[in-house]
Design a protein around this ligand. Structure first.
Ligand SMILES: Nc1ncnc2c1ncn2[C@@H]1O[C@H](COP(=O)(O)OP(=O)(O)O)[C@@H](O)[C@H]1O
Ligand SMILES: [Mg+2]
Length: 238
């Protein structure tokens, strides 16, 4: 079976010459459909950069990236933008919600550009917000939400276009245990019910009970001791 994400010697260097930093260094990995993978490593290890590469938000300096069997480097920028919108739901560190838009508008935003039926987009946004327990907050502005609520809005937005891939950067870093559980359950449900592939960058191990596999990164390189939790689908507690 073709992996959903496949990289070969993926490398990203910031800057040039003696001041340059190799943030991602020769990373080769495969992520399958319906896999929940944690990308773990200390601060500065290259998690955000690798996630941005996988999300096609950043072009690699060298190496290869395939998304759903397509070589990303070979795609013209229009096609790349289409692939990104349709295939990848990205949850940014710090949520990236637009302050002047209501909660439902923030979620519908990524669909409005694509859809000639904005009404359908609105109702899907509202349905997703209900799914994440925010049905009573759809007309709020982001400033009036808690951190946990903002993160749930960011996930609803990432799910809008039914992407087969969700990438999330430290999604639970600023959340309490209860909200961490809500977010982790939400991701696990997307994996189990919609066969979504999830990669979560994190510097702590508290999400491990929800994941299928842990990939370790340090100094831009994947570590040897990647843990395969070999979990049985659907047996996790919550
Ligand atoms: N825009 C940038 N310009 C220069 N260096 C960067 C940039 N972004 C990240 N880096 C460097 O790349 C390395 C990896 O950073 P990052 O991917 O943010 O790690 P993490 O998310 O694991 O904390 C660090 O040394 C960081 O300082
Ligand atoms: Mg980071």
């Amino acid at each position: 079976m073709t992996p959903v994400i496949e990289t070969e010697e993926l490398t990203h260097r910031f800057g040039r010459e003696e001041k340059s930093v190799v943030a991602v260094d020769g990373v080769s990995l495969q992520i399958g459909a319906g896999e929940f993978v944690l990308l773990r490593g200390p601060s500065g290890s290259g998690k955000t950069t690798l996630l941005a590469l996988l999300g096609c938000l950043l072009r690699p300096t060298s190496g290869r990236l395939q998304i759903l069997g397509q070589d990303v480097a070979a795609l013209p920028s229009r096609a790349l933008a289409g692939l990104r919108t349709q295939t990848i739901g990205f949850v940014f560190q710090g949520f990236n919600l637009l302050a002047n838009l209501k909660v439902w508008e923030n979620v519908a935003l990524v669909g409005d550009f694509l859809s000639d039926r904005p009404q359908g987009t609105r109702s899907r946004a509202v349905d997703l917000l209900r799914d994440v327990g925010l049905g009573h907050r759809i007309d709020y502005l982001p400033a009036n939400l808690s951190a946990g609520e903002k993160q749930r809005v960011a996930f609803a937005r990432a799910l809008l276009n039914r992407p087969p891939i969700i990438l999330a950067d430290e999604p639970t870093a600023n959340l309490d245990a209860a909200n961490r559980t809500v977010i982790a359950d939400l991701l696990r449900r997307a994996v189990d019910q919609q066969n979504v592939s999830v990669v979560v960058a994190t510097h702590d191990d508290r999400l491990q009970p929800w994941a299928d596999r842990v990939i370790h990164i340090e100094d831009g390189k994947l570590g040897g001791g990647n843990i395969d939790l070999a979990r049985m689908k659907g047996t996790q507690g919550s």
